[in-house]
Design a protein around this ligand. Structure first.
Ligand SMILES: O=P(O)(O)OP(=O)(O)OP(=O)(O)OC[C@H]1O[C@@H](n2cnc3c(O)ncnc32)[C@H](O)[C@@H]1O
Ligand SMILES: [Mg+2]
Length: 173
């Protein structure tokens, strides 16, 4: 059984592999492919972030022969004047179904939000802030601002559990 992942970011690929292996007890081949999200590099709303996740999931099926593919997208959104992290994932099947799920949300400090509003991407802004390299593939902003308790991979693992659960529930009925 082949499963595609629409990214090479290791926080995302590791999360997919861990959750899939936990719930599907078959021999699985994972294929990680870089695909276009067809939304901005830094999505700025739930709508755009969700769309990016769905676009990536569907795109994996055009470049692999996987049975289903995952798309994971990180973005930010404004709520009552406060910028929050928002993360979405989608699972697209060869038969044309698309499942979606979203993750936990926390506010970003004002100094980070101001940089994003200037047009910068969260990844490099977080690297400067945390004095780390490639934060986005490790703790992520969510890890930094939760005292290291929930890193980016763990956050995506929860979203992927919500997603795979829906797939296994609805595809067997
Ligand atoms: O290679 P891809 O799959 O594109 O992975 P990415 O890290 O760029 O992730 P996204 O495109 O999903 O996220 C959009 C932007 O937000 C950044 N980002 C999102 N969540 C983040 C987090 O928790 N920590 C640091 N940067 C984050 C990310 O680096 C991008 O600049
Ligand atoms: Mg990206």
């Amino acid at each position: 059984m082949k499963i595609a992942i629409g990214t090479k970011n290791r926080a995302k690929t590791q999360a997919v592999q861990k959750v899939v292996k936990m719930y599907i007890k078959k021999a699985i081949v994972f294929e990680a492919v870089s695909v276009n999200s067809d939304v901005s590099e830094q999505p700025m709303s739930d709508e755009e972030t969700r769309q990016g996740a769905m676009n990536r999931a569907k795109a994996t099926l055009t470049v692999t022969d996987a049975q289903f593919g995952f798309g994971l997208e990180g973005g930010v959104k404004m709520l009552d004047g406060v910028m929050y992290l928002c993360n979405w994932a989608a699972l697209a099947t060869k038969t044309g179904q698309v499942y979606t799920a979203a993750g936990a949300q926390i506010p970003l400090p004002k100094e980070i939000a101001l940089e994003i509003q200037k047009g910068r991407e969260l990844g490099p802004v977080m690297d400067d802030y945390a004095q780390q390299v490639n934060t986005r593939e490790h703790s992520g902003a969510i890890g930094v601002f939760t005292n290291g308790y929930v890193d980016r991979q763990a956050m995506f693992e929860h979203i992927l559990t919500l997603l795979l659960g829906q797939y296994l529930y609805f595809e067997k009925n």
